[in-house]
Design a protein around this ligand. Structure first.
Ligand SMILES: [Zn+2]
Length: 132
């Protein structure tokens, strides 16, 4: 790793630390050098380049880390994170399965867990039908 790479890494950590401190949901795509976060204006997901920190949204809102630091953030700004959602759904269903008193309910819940995960996997491989 050269000196330049180290500097980029350091900067990425500064950006991520900023999002964490402000309690803004983000997804870090290390390979793509992108950090996704919800637009302050329209709440849609937008991508920031983790090298230049520049971002722009379809709604016209754009800026960089400096302008973000100067902005005030709405309290509860959430980003839909499919991986996190999947984990949470599985956790909920497993809890239900364990707590189910009747065997019949448990079997149905266990079947539903398998079906939901197969469905998610299907969409992960084939994409949403809306994109076709
Ligand atoms: Zn926007």
């Amino acid at each position: 790793m050269g000196k330049g790479n180290l500097m980029v890494k350091g900067q990425e950590y500064v950006v991520l630390a900023f999002f964490k401190e402000k309690k803004i949901d983000y997804i870090y795509y290390e390979q793509d050098k992108l950090i996704a976060f919800p637009c302050l204006n329209c709440q849609q997901k937008l991508n920031m380049c983790s090298i230049t920190t520049f971002f722009s949204c379809a709604c016209g809102y754009e800026g960089n880390l400096i302008s973000l630091i100067k902005s005030s953030f709405p309290k509860d700004i959430r980003l839909y994170n499919p991986k996190k959602e999947k984990k949470e759904i599985n956790k909920m269903l497993n809890k239900l399965s364990i707590k189910s008193l009747s065997d019949c309910n448990k079997k149905t819940i266990d079947k539903a867990i398998i079906k939901i995960n197969n469905l998610i996997e299907y969409y992960e491989k084939n994409g949403s039908p809306n994109n076709k």
